[in-house]
Ligand binder design. Structure first.
Ligand code: TYD
Length: 202
């Protein structure tokens, strides 16, 4: 089976990961490397339920149900989008994947390692995971300023826990990207962090 390359962009909101996911996609296209991007939560039926939860608050939805919805959404994404693209030999760029579930739902009290293991039973393990983060003082500033609770996912203490889980991921496929720099410099860091996956092409 010919297999593409799976690169994942992770981190708390406001670190610029979506922009950099798009920029890497554009660079790959320029270089003639077939690529496709997906974002989670998806726009599918589970993703829509999740979006409602994000905008309207948890409203009696239990943490177990929430975790289950993210897993169901991902199962659908893996079957419909991710696996077919990888089997097609494409580079697949993901704006969030199961490290977000481990961090965000882990911060609700589930064991992040257990969540990771559960996901890896059905979800392809990424070739590279780029975890975007801000310097601690910047992150805190941002978290503090979101106190009016734009959504239940942005509560201060919760996001600090999420961030701590992200910081503690380790593995040979993990790279941390400090995003407090110009767009060009951060893009350069992203390219350096994935270059070896493409031999001499980038
Ligand atoms: P995202 O689409 O990245 O945010 P935005 O609304 O800025 O486009 O993600 C939406 C939220 O979903 C984000 O706060 C993180 C959360 N999330 C989880 O809690 N678990 C998950 O598994 C995923 C993929 C996202």
């Amino acid at each position: 089976m010919s297999r593409g390359i799976l690169i994942v962009f992770e981190g708390i909101d406001g670190t610029g990961k979506s922009t950099h996911c798009r920029m890497l996609g554009e660079l790959l296209t320029e270089k003639g490397i077939a690529n496709i991007s997906f974002a989670e939560p998806t726009k599918g039926k589970w993703g829509q339920k999740i979006r409602r939860l994000l905008s309207e608050g948890r409203n009696g939805v239990s943490a177990e149900e929430e975790l289950e919805w993210f897993l169901n959404d991902r199962k659908e994404d893996v079957e419909l989008n991710i696996k077919p693209a990888l089997e097609d030999g494409k580079v697949v760029l993901m704006d969030r994947y199961y490290f977000s579930t481990a961090a965000y739902q882990g911060a609700l009290g589930f064991d992040p390692h257990e969540i990771k293991r559960e996901n890896e039973k059905f979800a392809p393990v990424p070739d590279r995971v780029l975890i975007f983060h801000n310097p601690p003082e910047k992150s805190l500033e941002r978290i503090e300023s979101s106190r009016e609770e734009k959504s239940s996912f942005e509560k201060r203490e919760y996001l600090i826990d999420v961030q701590n889980i992200f910081k503690n991921f380790s593995g040979s496929n993990i790279r941390f990207i400090l995003s407090d720099d110009t767009l060009e410099n951060v893009h350069e860091k992203v390219v350096r962090a994935v270059k070896d996956l493409f031999e001499l092409k980038l």
